[in-house]
Design a protein. Sequence first.
Length: 401
Amino acid sequence: MSLIRRRWRDLLRAEHRPSRRALVFDVLLAVALTVLAVVATGPAVDAVHSVDALRLPPPPRPVLPTHSDAVDPGLLFAVALTALPLAVRRLYPLTAFWIVLLAALSTDDEATWVTVATCAIAAYGAVAYSRNRLVALGGLVLATVLAGMAFKDAVAGLPSWLGPFVVLLGAGVMASFVRFWRQQLAERDEKLRQAVHMERSRIAGELHDVVTHNVNVMVIQAGAARKVMDTAPERAKQAMLAVETSGRAAMAELRHVMGLLAASGSGSDLLEPQPGLDQLDSLIERVRAAGVPVSAEIGTPDAPVPPGVGLAVYRVVQEALTNTIKHAGGAAVSVAISHSGDWLDIEVADRGGTPAARAGDGQGRGLIGLRERLALYDGTLEAGPRSGGGFVTRARLRWTA
């Protein structure tokens, strides 16, 4: 029973919690329409009494004080219920709609244009704000038939074919359109949020690749220069030149990433081509300058490789070399790139070495980003220890469009 009550309560409630401003507006609207409904009902009742007096002369009776002009309190209560529930039409749309409709049906011949208006507003709220639109539409069809039979002549100024049931259906159709429009806007906003999240993740990956690799190379070179500064000034000078080279490369790539973030033409001069296959040699040379023996066998296709594929290959090699610098200091590294048909194969392997200081501070962000990048080209990535010692990174991706 508790489950049934919970589902029934959820069905009666609105789909979304309205704002305070919307609730205040509904309360003011309900009060205003209630006053108008009561005022509009008074003349109607007086007119009915006048017609009855003309048709049926009152029988002789003693002259006593009468209250023939007073409106029936029960009728006033029913009239008030045709508008007051609109105050909660965004909180409990179906409940408000049926209370308004049943109250309107109970007024019978005393229904006015205000009654039709309140029913139309309640019908709009039932379809627009209810959790279950099908239930709301089904109830609206039933209510339309009842309302059309009960007070079809309430709006005398309209043609006979345009009764209150047409007004209710029109309100339901309008509410369906508004609800569909809101859903489209919500889906668009969700897609925009997802796009922003994906773009942030992509930029974070680019920054990780740029900063991690170049900063690690610079740290190693600066440490080597510090150790030999007094005993071998020439070697310290070479190490500092390597630091400068890595720093310039890092700044160039950072300028590119910042150019992607530029919102106007003022940042257009920061846009530069992303690194690709043509920059693998300079990447390997920088790592060699850091004191890491690197052997390379690069066999690329004769046809032009798409820039995105070239960037993916570059990032795979860069991340693998960075991991070697961090986790296998002094180890020799081999880089092999080959192609077969539509596929490019990359393998970067080292023979094991000494982990650098704070080598375990990473969170695996680089490998995760590489897998996401390679997935765009039906690619795969495998990374782990290899037999005989050391670590190997293997990647495979499709290079053709």
